[in-house]
Design a protein around this ligand. Structure first.
Ligand SMILES: NC(=O)C1=CN([C@@H]2O[C@H](COP(=O)(O)OP(=O)(O)OC[C@H]3O[C@@H](n4cnc5c(N)ncnc54)[C@H](O)[C@@H]3O)[C@@H](O)[C@H]2O)C=CC1
Ligand SMILES: O=C([O-])C1=[NH+]CCC1
Length: 310
């Protein structure tokens, strides 16, 4: 047998990975993660190093799930300055190993998985936290995550209206021409009255204020992955019921949490496990940072399906 690892490229990942398969797998992984050792998950907070000269960041994200027999590390770069150059702002590879022997099994494109698993995690949060009658979706940002969230959240709610806002109007218009939605000229216009809100931007200062948000709305805050950056105002964070993917990571990486000093009510995995009760009727925030276990179980799923067809 060849010992050369298989490379699974972006087009294959895109073809193989379906939101309907991914959302339940991510839900289970978030639950296992929040059980700690009892959930069979080993995952440190990722290491992120700045590549200061070029305004970029490089992250290493290892994780092991005993239940899923998934052992992997994602290596990811994020370079906000790539916007508009033709290169993606996030690029990644996931290296998958066989946990029983330590053998290298595969190297997978990590961009598609990053995009889809992040949107799947928000879908899980939305399933537990959004009002059951949610009709209006607001998306701030029109890039990769905005698009994948549009798709994943339609698996959870029957939206009658989707609004999109982005700092560059023509980007919002391009989004809207591909994914049925109404372009808004301001973030406030998009947010007011929305039941579910997604912030998927590279904003460093808050772009959403407490008084714009409909009481009982649910917010998936996906950007601001830096101790100094915020997408949500401190008042909004303080007055909402705040959830995270990883408490430990949020206290280390999230400007939205650290600057606002907002209390973290629960990890999404605690809702999945039933150890904390979802407060659907309140205004809720899921401050997502992205955890390595999401990548490991997604990569394992893609690899297994890919090998079934070989
Ligand atoms: N929580 C998680 O697991 C993950 C989070 N992310 C984060 O999500 C965010 C979006 O990522 P992508 O969609 O992949 O990036 P992208 O580059 O495809 O899109 C970024 C969007 O942010 C907008 N934007 C840029 N500067 C802004 C500003 N100052 N104010 C408002 N909007 C601004 C751009 O117009 C664009 O619509 C980034 O912060 C990224 O780091 C990305 C991957 C995983
Ligand atoms: O989880 C992830 O891969 C990332 N989160 C922020 C940038 C990349």
């Amino acid at each position: 047998m060849s010992r050369l690892p298989k490379y699974i490229e972006a087009d294959d990942v895109k073809r193989i990975l379906k939101m309907t398969d991914l959302i339940p797998i991510i839900e289970k992984a978030m639950g296992d993660f929040s059980k700690g050792e009892d959930g069979g998950v080993v995952q440190p907070v990722r290491s992120i190093i700045p590549v200061e000269k070029h305004g970029g960041f490089f992250g290493a994200m290892p994780a092991y799930s005993e239940n899923d027999a998934a052992l992997a590390t994602k290596l990811v770069t994020f370079y906000p300055k790539n916007a508009g150059t033709g290169l993606p702002t996030h690029m990644a590879a996931i290296i998958l190993f066989e946990p029983s022997t330590g053998e290298l099994k595969s190297i997978l494109d990590g961009e598609v998985i990053t995009s889809m698993r992040t949107a799947a995690a928000s879908a899980v949060a939305t399933k537990y936290l959004a009002s059951e009658n949610s009709k209006i979706l607001c998306i701030l940002g029109s890039g990769e995550q905005a698009r994948s969230h549009y798709k994943s959240l339609h698996h959870i709610c029957n939206f009658e209206e989707v609004r999109v806002w982005s700092p560059t109007l023509k980007n919002a218009q391009a989004f809207s021409s591909q994914l049925k939605s109404k372009v808004c000229e301001t973030a406030e216009e998009a947010v007011r009255g929305a039941d579910v809100i997604v912030t998927a931007t590279f904003a460093k200062q808050p772009i959403v204020e407490w008084e714009w948000v409909k009481p009982g709305a649910h917010i998936n805050a996906v950007g601001a992955v830096n101790i100094k950056w915020q997408e949500l105002s401190s008042e909004l964070m303080q007055k909402s019921v705040v959830h995270v993917d990883s408490r430990e990571a949020a206290m280390k990486e999230s400007g939205d949490v650290i600057i606002s000093k907002a209390e973290i009510f629960a990890e999404i995995g605690d809702l999945v496990n039933g150890t904390k009760e979802a407060q659907r009727e309140k205004t809720t925030v899921f401050k997502s940072l992205g955890i390595a276990i999401e990548d490991a179980v997604s990569a394992k799923l893609v690899y297994d399906k890919h090998m079934e067809n070989q």
